[in-house]
Design a protein around this ligand. Sequence first.
Ligand code: SF4
Length: 219
Amino acid sequence: MAASTLGAANKRRMQEILKVLWREYPEAECSLHYGTPFQLLIAVMLSAQCTDDRVNLVTPELFRVYPDAESMAKGDLEVIRHLIRSINFFNNKAKALFETSKLLVERHGGTVPDRMEDLIHLRGVGRKTANVVLGVGFGIPSLVVDTHVGRLSRRMGFTKSSDPVKVEHELVKIVPKENWTEYAHLLIAHGRKICTARKALCDECPVRQYCPKVGVVRR
Ligand code: SF4
């Protein structure tokens, strides 16, 4: 099939899959708890290789003690470390939270910037974290590629790559821009419930008719 024909077919298939997933997961949204863009940024940084539920257990007390960049930048690294000690890699994450708070105060007047190029220059903030902050915190269409989004997009035949940046660049060509942010929310919900890393429950899957099930081992 010619590349342009394949691209058009993938766009149509994507639309059908999105329609079904919207019906299945009308409440799909970011599951991290936060009150401000700063708190969202901190929660997303903590969520790397850790569950959102665990992060949500830790952040109420963390944000009570350090509600904003100024207070965390003036805070005590040992206290941050203690407050997040139940999170994976808490030592490195505490340093990143402390340094990023200082950078926010020094470079951005204590506010979280709303540009990718500024966000990724903060300590411990990669493209995925920046995309969550832009999409969820600022309402700027942003396509997050986490482990669920990458796995499902490969199984659905929308990419062959396991490099999140390449996957993102391929997906933005076929997901309508107005749906970039919710695409991740829907795929994460579906990846947790039906198309899990351990097993793809294709027989129960509402998008099975649109999915080529790439790499799925049927038992
Ligand atoms: S049909 Fe199977 S591989 Fe495709 S999304 Fe559903 S569970 Fe995943």
